[in-house]
Ligand binder design. Structure first.
Ligand code: NAD
Ligand code: TYD
Length: 370
């Protein structure tokens, strides 16, 4: 389904502040929005941590309706100034520390950005929004969309029903606990102040521009470099894979039509065990890549120690998005992985420079000789 605004109240240009817009999902979202709504203003605020990359937005640099600001969501004066001078009416909040393994090694930054940073952004938006002239804009023109995760719901057994929006919170990692804390703050700002918030809980995303540390790009890149593919534990953990472009369409629909104050699950309908996923990527690489250092690529699969507290299964029930807002994922796992593998094959210039420096050190600490 293509997401087009359907009611008169949502017509006219929006003015978006996209935090974390130089990261994986944020940059895909910015591309989606700029292409779909060229009349809208997009201001990206990104601290350019190890995970942020301006190259991911290179084709938008210089566009009239696009502005990139390097800065931190914890910088209140900067937020106050941006909200006011850019007359923002829609915040899409992606900025976060996002990698579970890093949260296990060093949780501090997760508390700072995901909890304190989100609180600072909420406070800035609250003060700005309370001073705004409400008569100027119809209610759905305002949005504070907080991108959360399915990981706040904890872990499922093989036969448990998928997470619904009513599933109680049970975060298991410092990452998911920090996201849960920020969700509670966002929710409270609706109930206390009436801030027009939306919370989305997506499953594992994959697609173009994902930083090499996550399972799918790591597998693609290690195959291209002839390095072992580290599979944690028995490899039978299950994730519900969501193609990032399907996710961006869902966020678009949410901003335009979602009921403020509510949470929505967004899933891919693609539950796959890690080892099966890795096998599909190996086969795709064997089929699509020339000059692989190791062939067949599956010879690189290496079982390594399990992640501490590793959640066994995530699965999303996204019926609310489907029934109330008419959104459904449209990309099957084989098709999405084929697109993704092709993207990493064609964009060596994007990912190769990322393998040095900070990431190299993290990789050594994480995987040792692997
Ligand atoms: P990412 O790590 O690729 O990108 C995060 C971006 O935020 C980077 O550009 C980084 O520079 C920026 N950032 C970090 N700290 C910042 C700060 N203090 N101020 C400003 N910018 C800062 O993350 P992603 O995978 O694109 O995830 C985006 C959002 O989606 C996150 O909130 C994450 O929790 C959530 N999410 C991601 C997934 C997934 O599969 N990737 C799944 C569920 C939820
Ligand atoms: P990841 O991409 O880190 O996402 P998340 O932990 O948020 O689900 O990991 C996806 C799955 O792949 C998860 O079960 C952990 C596993 N995994 C490996 O087996 N090896 C790896 O090197 C990585 C990074 C992840």
């Amino acid at each position: 389904m293509t997401s087009t605004p359907s009611s008169p109240q949502v017509r006219g240009p929006r003015r978006l502040l996209v935090t974390g817009g130089a990261g994986f999902i944020g940059s895909n979202f910015v591309h989606h929005w700029a292409k779909t709504y060229p009349q809208d203003r997009i201001v990206v605020l990104d601290a350019l941590t190890y995970a942020g990359n301006r190259k991911s937005l290179a084709d938008l640099e210089g566009s009239e309706n696009f502005r990139f600001v390097e800065g931190n969501i914890g910088d209140r004066p900067l937020l106050d100034e941006l909200l006011a001078t850019e007359a923002i009416n829609t915040v899409a909040h992606f900025a976060a520390e996002s990698h579970v393994d890093r949260s296990i090694l060093a949780p501090d930054a997760f508390i700072q950005t995901n909890i304190v940073g989100t609180f600072t952004l909420l406070e800035a938006f609250r003060h700005y929004w309370q001073q705004a002239d409400f008569s100027e804009l119809p209610p759905k023109k305002w949005a504070f969309l907080h991108i959360s995760t399915d990981e706040v719901y904890g872990s499922l057994g093989d036969h448990d029903p998928a997470f619904a929006e009513t599933t109680p919170y049970a975060p298991n990692s410092p990452y998911s606990a920090s996201k849960a804390a920020s969700d509670h703050l966002v929710r409270a700002y609706y109930h206390t102040y009436g801030i027009p918030i939306l919370i989305s809980h997506c499953s594992n995303n994959y697609g173009p521009y994902q930083f090499p540390e996550k399972l799918i790009p790591l597998t693609c890149i290690n195959i291209l470099m002839g390095k072992p593919i580290p599979v944690y534990g028995d490899g039978k953990h299950i994730r519900d894979w969501l193609y990032v472009r399907d996710h961006c369409r869902a966020l678009d629909v949410l901003i335009h039509k979602g009921n403020r104050g509510q949470r929505y699950n967004i899933g891919g309908n693609n539950e796959v065990r890690n080892i099966e996923l890795v096998h599909i990527i190996c086969q795709l690489m064997d089929d699509l890549a020339v000059d692989l250092p190791t062939r067949p690529a599956r010879d690189l699969i290496t079982y390594v120690d399990d992640r501490l507290g590793h959640d066994r299964r995530y699965a999303i029930n996204a019926r609310k998005m489907s029934i109330h807002l008419g959104w459904n994922p449209s990309t099957g796992i084989e098709e999405g992985l084929r697109e993704t593998v092709r993207w990493y094959l064609d964009h060596r210039d994007w990912w190769e420079p990322l393998l040095t420096g900070e990431y190299h050190q993290f990789y050594q600490k994480m995987y040792g000789v692997v």
